[in-house]
Design a protein around this ligand. Structure first.
Ligand SMILES: [Mg+2]
Length: 371
């Protein structure tokens, strides 16, 4: 979870098995720690999986009496986390449709044995709202997921079979709030992403800059025509630390999308900026991000470290382009906690999802129904 404030994200949790039960509502906790402590105390309540019944039960918890802020136009999100087949599948469509009719977005998250068709139904057949826990914990799955998004990010994209043409500029945060360990994860992630791209002059071009107190040029879209050169150049990037002027960096990066720097924006090749940062900026980011979007540049924000996702969301413009790089070490820690609590791995994975995935946590309201 990001910077957690009562006025921003509010969390509620409903636990279900046979009968759904509200554990805490949107107005119960005003701090991140309160929510985390409450989630840590959850135990599996039963045997069956009455998901439809739980969805119906959830609706009332978005009401103003429970802290819901629909009337203030705060987005309303229900994240359903389930590991199995619903005992009452026939009601999934009507109960989830009813939530949508009330302006609530349903995001379904499957763990282990969850049924894909059921997850799709709950998400209103919008597969961008269907997730599996594995997608969050495995870095290799994350970049596989991002690649098609980059390729398809604009209808002007030129696709010939599996060939994708695009200009991709990376903007990497090397300020002090990014630990050297997270910096290494960031570089590895960037390399893994580049590895999947068809880097060649007429296909995918890659550029890169870093930033901390000031932006720092690394290479332009026109500098390399071979993947191996891009990869070894990324290996040579160095950490500096210091303050975080992300807005300034976004202004600086605009120049990379100029034809003189190798950008093919004027001939309709998709323009992508991939920002990797914790979003904790000292200056404003929104105006600079808007000005990039005005040029037709699709901005992706990849969250690392202690994430401030309001800024990242302002930069990406939509939660669909906000991703989280999962720390493998964090996963090990979660497994250890699991052993200590003697709880089922499913529950713990559910917790890891809610506490570390920031894709949907900003300026949104959530009630999680968890099996
Ligand atoms: Mg920083």
């Amino acid at each position: 979870m990001q910077t957690f404030m009562k006025s921003w994200t509010r969390f509620g949790v409903i636990l279900y098995a046979d009968d759904p039960k509200s554990i805490f509502t949107l107005k119960t906790y005003g701090s991140k720690q309160g929510v985390i402590d409450a989630i840590s105390k959850l135990t599996a309540p039963g045997i069956n999986t009455y998901t439809s019944k739980a969805l119906e039960f959830s609706l009332q918890y978005f009401g103003a009496q429970h802290g819901g802020r629909k009337k203030d136009k705060v987005p309303q999100i229900l994240m359903v986390i389930t590991d199995g087949e619903a005992t009452d599948p026939e009601g999934l469509k009507s109960s989830s449709d009813k939530l949508r009719e009330n302006g609530i977005t349903v995001i379904s998250i499957g763990v282990e044995q969850a049924k894909k068709e059921e997850l799709n139904i709950m998400a209103g057949d919008d597969i961008s709202k269907v997730f599996y826990v594995d997608n969050f914990v495995a870095l290799e799955n994350l970049y596989k997921k991002i690649f098609p998004v980059i390729c398809d990010s604009t209808k002007r994209g030129k696709r010939l079979g599996h060939i994708c043409s695009a200009d991709v500029v990376f903007l990497l945060d090397r300020s002090s709030s990014i630990t050297p360990e997270n910096y290494t994860i960031m570089l590895n992630f960037t390399k893994e992403l580049v590895k999947t791209l068809d880097v060649r002059k007429d296909f995918i071009r890659v550029g890169c800059a870093q930033f901390a107190s000031a932006p720092h040029h690394e290479f332009y879209l026109s500098d390399y025509t071979e993947k191996k050169d891009v990869m070894s150049r990324i290996d040579s990037l160095s950490y500096i630390g210091g303050n975080t002027y992300l807005g300034e960096a976004l202004k600086h990066i605009k120049d990379y999308f100029d034809a003189s720097r190798g950008s093919r924006r004027s001939v309709g090749i998709p323009q992508n900026l991939v920002l990797i940062s914790d979003g904790d900026s000292h200056d404003d980011v929104e105006e600079a991000a808007d000005s990039l979007r005005a040029l037709g540049i699709v901005v992706f924000a990849i969250a690392v470290g202690d994430v401030h996702d309001l800024q990242l969301l302002q930069i990406a413009g939509t939660p669909e382009r906000l991703f989280t790089v999962q720390n493998f070490k964090g996963l090990v820690t979660i497994k250890n906690v699991c052993r200590k609590l003697n709880a089922s791995p499913t529950n713990i994975l559910g917790i890891s999802l809610k506490t570390t995935n920031v894709n949907f946590t900003v300026v949104r309201e959530q009630t999680s129904g968890e099996h």
